[in-house]
Design a protein around this ligand. Structure first.
Ligand code: MG
Length: 379
């Protein structure tokens, strides 16, 4: 069974709430999220869907770069290849555009990788954990993302999360040390037993986080992710020596090679799994195994995906039985899931979709509606 043809769907999806990081507002109510979907069809007529949703204020990939990389290079490199040769498909994609510091265009590659996994699972009648040989858990616990700009927004974000049954919170830090401490204290007071995960997206200056760290730890922060810019490694090593709570990296850990190097240089104690950032499920599964054996704390995150990317994230986390809360905030910020049956989220828990492949059915009418005639065909 080979990959015979591909379609690329660039979409602009409505957002329903403000999402900001230390780099600025990613989007908000009345704004749009850029999403790129790939649909692959095999020579036997089986279809698979994948998502690679760039956010230009999070990494250097844009909607335009994802679409052009897919159309001109990545999809032509995989069309005609065997669906079951996941390793070979990645080698082909990695060969056609040279790496920079890490593999190039990981978000674009994630769309292809996920679609191939979905296609392969559907062709064989196996869910992804079954395809990989894992006995999955049935659900994943979620964290509620708080990305407030002021005290009023902070209190209402915490209250909304609690009302929806969330016990665990993900805080966007790295802008203002005093406000960051206040955020931790407020969330800890509202969720005494919850997992409190702070992500600075590289926003702190070294001396600011050195000064702030003991207060964040005393306020009950459980995990600090990417406190410093991705390439500021000497300071990261110094910071880690002073930390009593786990330290994770996000933006610089693309391929397994970076995860190994960060472990070898003793720079992290936590692995933040994020298939969108890492070229998809195949490399992410290798990283999950590395993290498991290192051993590191493993937590799962995402890039505000639609139901398609969310299903992929859920299959990976449940395959590995991840118990800590997962920071998948697509349902919190996107106004549309793109599935015929949206995933079930109740009491801050996501039910793993059963069935072959990703376990979900894409609503193609919705996809075409938001693509607005902009789909591209590659054969
Ligand atoms: Mg992050």
């Amino acid at each position: 069974m080979i990959i015979q043809r591909a379609e690329i769907y660039p979409l602009h999806l409505p957002m329903k709430a403000l999402f900001k990081t230390s780099r600025g507002a990613i989007g908000g109510a009345g704004m749009e999220r850029t999403v790129v979907l790939v649909k692959l069809t095999s020579d036997t007529g089986v279809v698979g869907w994948g998502e690679g949703s760039p956010s230009r204020l999070w990494s250097s990939e844009t909607m335009e770069s994802v679409v052009s990389a897919l159309q001109r290079y990545l999809l032509p490199a995989v069309i005609g290849r065997a669906v079951s040769d996941l390793a070979g498909l990645h080698q082909a994609m990695n060969a056609v555009i040279a790496p920079g510091f890490s593999i190039a265009h990981p978000i674009a590659k994630c769309a292809v990788d996920t679609a191939v996994h979905d296609l392969l699972g559907k062709a064989r009648g196996l869910s992804l954990p079954e395809l990989w040989g894992y006995a999955p858990t049935d659900e994943a616990v979620l964290s509620w993302t708080v990305s407030a700009g002021d005290e009023t927004a902070l209190d209402s974000a915490i209250a909304e999360g609690r009302e929806r049954g969330y016990a665990n919170f993900n805080l966007k830090l790295g802008t203002d040390p005093a406000f960051d401490l206040l955020q931790c204290e407020r969330v800890r007071a509202a969720a005494p037993d919850g997992f409190l995960w702070g992500d600075a997206n590289g926003g702190y200056r070294f001396h600011d986080i050195l000064r702030l760290l003991p207060d964040l730890e005393a306020a009950g922060l459980d995990l600090l992710e990417q406190p410093l810019p991705a390439n500021q490694l000497r300071d990261l090593a110094a910071l880690k020596q002073r930390m009593r709570i786990p330290l994770g990296a996000d933006e610089p850990i693309i391929a397994p090679r970076e995860l190994m190097e960060w472990i070898r240089q003793d720079l992290i104690t936590a692995y933040v799994a994020k298939p969108s950032r890492s070229g998809g499920l195949f490399p992410s599964r290798i990283c999950m195994e590395i993290a498991d054996h290192a051993p590191l704390m493993t937590v799962c995150s995402g890039l505000t995906e639609t139901g398609i990317g969310l299903a992929a994230n859920a299959q990976l986390a449940c395959a590995f039985g991840i118990q800590r809360p997962c920071a998948w905030n697509g349902p919190q910020f996107l106004d549309e899931s793109l599935l015929t049956e949206p995933l079930t989220i109740e009491g801050g828990k996501l039910r793993r979709p059963e069935g072959p492949g990703l376990g979900v059915t894409v609503d193609e009418d919705k996809v075409r509606h938001y693509t607005n005639g902009g789909e591209l065909h590659v054969e």
